[in-house]
Design a protein around this ligand. Structure first.
Ligand code: NAD
Ligand code: UDP
Length: 326
């Protein structure tokens, strides 16, 4: 309940950091809202509930410093805020390919609307970009200076090119209009509150193992990814948002450089869940990147962040969560 006195409300309005989190009811957004409230901010969670849900933020609803707005970032909105984290966008290939035109609109028009909102308020804005801007990389591991190897007309392009275009918009708003921008390129992140039907590999494997079903490895399973635990990722996002850079802004890779093949991952999940599941092989989706590992030296040197949760510990915590819901 909002049982604050008038004085408390006025204090919160003028003294506390007012933060907008778009996509705040999603997997990462809900963890971010929680962390920002713990840090003493007033948090507005904005979401159209395409892949997010009220359940993800239900435990925050009683906090008088938290509110939820149902809104689509494709439409402009007026709010008074000091910082904006722009996370609104489906992240799982299954979901972003469901309506690819809408996915592009969300990244591009959504990015534009949030940049305009940031300018109206003089607010700092952080864009949740992605390792997908590197496509199927020919440089390994990927530093921020790598321009990528992206198919512009494939099934993943609505997401990859949408996010690339959003980065372009952010930098042009900075150069032309003085927008105070931050960009993080997020590599595969996992943890509690991923949707069990999300379609991403970690949630798929854990749910399949807990249900005693075959783990579905796409292709021959030799493709690699690097998996970051959600708590580490949220620490990085907050650190980058509040980092005062020297000179021009720059995008930062965020992820855990520990790299695994999908076969390794499947075997690890079977072992950690004590499951009797086996592995079955399904066709590799088109344009599926062969390898992914972030070079995180820039964020380490300049922002002072590095991940602290190794993959096995993070998987154990995630398995505990999925045991409670499947
Ligand atoms: P998610 O699908 O759980 O969350 C996305 C949220 O955005 C959902 O709550 C969804 O309902 C909301 N949303 C989607 N379209 C919207 C719109 N038009 N208007 C308002 N809200 C909208 O995904 P996530 O894993 O939490 O990802 C969050 C952000 O981080 C995304 O921008 C994603 O591209 C980025 N990212 C995530 C990962 C990862 O591994 N989780 C990796 C790279 C980038
Ligand atoms: N993948 C898999 N089985 C699944 C889901 C995904 O083998 O049930 C593979 C997928 O082909 C890709 C990797 O796991 O090579 C990571 O897929 P995800 O969708 O999680 O993330 P992204 O491809 O966007 O990095």
């Amino acid at each position: 309940m909002n049982a604050l006195s008038w004085d408390d409300r006025v204090h919160n309005y003028f003294q506390k950091n007012r933060v907008l989190v778009t996509g705040g009811a999603g997997f990462l957004g809900s963890h971010l809202c929680e962390r920002l409230l713990e840090r003493g901010s007033v948090v507005i969670c904005l979401d159209n509930f395409f892949t997010g849900s009220r359940t993800n933020v239900a435990h925050l609803m009683q906090n008088p410093d938290f509110e939820v707005i149902r809104h689509d970032v494709v439409d402009p909105i007026r709010l008074e805020v000091d910082q904006i984290y722009n996370l609104a966008c489906p992240a799982s290939p299954v979901h972003y390919q469901h309506d690819p035109i809408k996915t592009l609109q969300t990244s591009v028009w959504g990015g534009l609307n949030m940049l305009e909102l940031a300018l109206q308020n003089g607010a700092r804005i952080l864009q949740a970009s992605t390792s997908e801007v590197y496509g199927d990389p020919s440089v390994h591991p990927q530093p921020e200076s790598y321009w990528g190897h992206v198919n512009p007309i494939g099934l993943r392009s609505c997401y990859d090119e949408g996010k690339r275009c959003a980065e372009t918009l952010f930098f042009d708003y900075h150069r032309r209009k003085g927008a105070d921008i931050r960009i993080v390129r997020i590599f595969n992140t996992y943890g509690p509150r991923m949707h069990p039907n999300d379609g991403r590999v970690v949630s798929n494997f854990i749910v399949q193992a807990l249900r005693g079903q075959d783990l579905t490895v796409f292709g021959d399973g030799t493709q690699t990814r690097s998996f970051c635990y959600v708590d580490d990722l949220i620490s990085a996002m907050v650190a980058v948002m509040n980092h005062e850079h020297q000179g021009e802004p720059e995008p930062f890779n965020i992820g855990n450089p520990e790299e695994h093949t999908m076969l390794d991952l499947a075997e690890m999940v079977i072992r950690l869940t004590n499951s009797s599941s086996r592995i079955s092989f399904l066709p590799l989706p088109s344009d599926d990147p062969r390898q992914r590992r972030p070079d995180i030296s820039a964020v380490g040197t300049k922002v002072g962040w590095k991940p602290v949760v190794d993959v096995e510990s993070g998987l154990r915590r995630s398995i505990e969560y999925f045991r409670t819901i499947v």
